[in-house]
Ligand binder design. Structure first.
Ligand code: ARG
Length: 465
């Protein structure tokens, strides 16, 4: 950051001096909001085009402003632009440099305030981030589905209370996450839609006396509805102080991160020696500095850990907003680091989890061993009795007694004799022993949403071409 003193553009006139050095350091945002530069320039170019349209800029002035902004953009892109701390933020850095190069730059801020400018910039930035994140979430869904395809036919126990419950296809378990991610995509799309409103023209808080053509600017910046009609914020005070969209996005990101964290927890369990259901490729694990045998699922653990940060960003933002009087308050500058961090973190987690799933193999033997536990089919036995006309409560009781007997005899449930079955519930017939065939059991699961092969194949087909 250059030390050179130049009067910050917003202070000229009213102030005899610039802020003290410690105030400048305390209040600057350039160290983090510089990353909005592309959107700041995009907004300025559109605003200038509108000023030309309403006769405030000449064609020559507009061309000079566009030329200057393009040159600045190339320099920033090439890493050659000098950001100055004393110019406080991205808006003033770019405007001051533009004006230094092109005198017409002094007209750019006509009818605009940094308050509607920053409200615009974050919207433009976040709109793009929503699109990137959605793409990455869809990629993760496909990675999960591909792992499901690679594990075709593999059955594992499904758990409740982390106790074995009923058998499910491994792919069915993965597809549960695909469903969660579908809802995340819905929330991101919803946030994007609500956010896609142009605040330019709100000014500092009270609009403008100039005949700004807000619709023209909105159209240029893509703030349009499905039919191409411009979407404008309808209240200048709300226009500059609304950060609902940032909070909504952080909320959507937090829930997405919570889903990833749950997936991470499953992966960590599955990769343990106790489960042994999966093997993660070396490149997506780390070793221990002390224990030579260790292969740790750090990507999953960090995803689980980073989720706390994303949730924290939502909490920080909500706390930031809750007591603000109308309209813009400088507190709002604190929104960006939280929003940036939540976005960067959740995007990194989604991308890394997808890559890890693509480098994970299922271990069919360990899965088969776990899924061969006949107790997993106790519920199927109760359903069997129901089909023979036994009331479900009675069937549940009978199978419970069978399980207790098997435990008492020290034999697995499927090793009881027909006589032993019948002694507990006479409705059992010779076909009961066939109930323990796992493939047949999976094929019995046919209704929509169930973990049988036909339903799972239908879901996978949607995702893997
Ligand atoms: N850096 C400021 C922010 O992020 C930009 C708007 C400043 N407006 C003002 N009136 N100081 O909120």
């Amino acid at each position: 950051m250059a030390k050179k003193k130049s009067a910050p553009v917003s202070r000229s006139g009213r102030f005899a001096s610039g802020p003290s050095a410690d105030v400048a350091r305390f209040s600057e945002s350039i160290s983090f909001d510089w990353r909005l530069w592309k959107h700041d320039i995009q907004g300025s170019k559109a605003h200038a085009a509108m000023l030309r349209r309403i006769g405030i800029l000449t064609a020559r002035e507009l061309a000079a402003i566009h030329r200057g902004l393009d040159a600045i953009a190339s320099e920033i892109e090439a890493g050659k632009f000098q950001w100055k701390l004393e110019l406080e933020d991205v808006h003033m850095n770019i405007e001051a440099e533009l004006t230094r190069r092109e005198p017409a730059g002094a007209k750019l801020h006509t009818g605009r305030s940094r308050n509607d400018q920053i409200a615009l910039d974050i919207r433009l930035w976040l709109r793009e981030q929503c699109d990137c994140l959605s793409r990455e979430v869809r990629d993760l869904q496909r990675s999960l589905a591909r792992l499901g395809e690679r594990s075709r036919g593999v059955v594992i126990p499904g758990y409740t209370h982390l106790q074995r419950g009923q058998p499910v296809l491994f792919a069915h378990h993965l597809l549960a996450y695909v469903e969660m991610l579908d809802r995340d995509l819905g929330r991101i799309a919803d946030t994007r839609e609500r956010m896609n409103v142009c605040p330019l023209g709100s000014g500092a808080l009270a609009g403008s006396t100039l005949p700004l053509d807000r619709e023209f600017t909105a159209k240029l910046l893509g703030f349009v509805d499905r039919n191409g009609r411009p979407r404008l914020s309808q209240n200048s005070m709300d226009g500059v102080s609304d950060r609902d969209f940032a909070l909504e996005f952080c909320g959507a990101a937090a829930l997405l991160a919570i889903h990833l964290s749950r997936l991470a927890e499953d992966v960590i369990l599955w990769a343990s020696s106790e489960f042994g259901f999966i093997k993660i490729a070396d490149a997506y694990t780390t070793g221990s500095s002390l224990m030579p045998q260790k292969k740790n699922p750090d990507v999953a653990e960090l995803t689980r850990g980073k989720t706390g940060r994303v949730i924290g960003s939502w909490v920080s933002l909500a706390t930031l907003l809750k007591g603000l009087p109308m309209t813009y308050n400088r507190d709002l500058q604190e929104d960006k680091e939280r929003l940036f961090d939540a976005t960067d973190t959740v995007r990194a987690c989604v991308t890394l989890m997808a890559a890890m799933m693509d480098h994970t193999q299922v271990c069919p033997k360990a899965c088969a061993a776990a899924a061969s536990d006949p107790l997993l089919l106790a519920t199927d036995l109760a359903d069997y009795l129901v089909k023979k006309g036994v009331p479900f409560r009675q069937a549940h009781h009978a199978v419970g007694k069978l399980v207790a007997c098997a435990e008492q005899y020290g034999r697995p449930l499927d090793q009881l004799s027909l006589d032993e079955f019948k002694a507990i519930e006479p409705a059992f017939g010779p076909d009961v022993l066939g109930m323990f065939d796992l493939t047949a059991a999976m094929n019995r699961k046919q209704i929509v949403g169930s973990p049988g092969p036909a339903q799972v194949a239908r879901q996978l087909k949607r995702l893997v071409r």
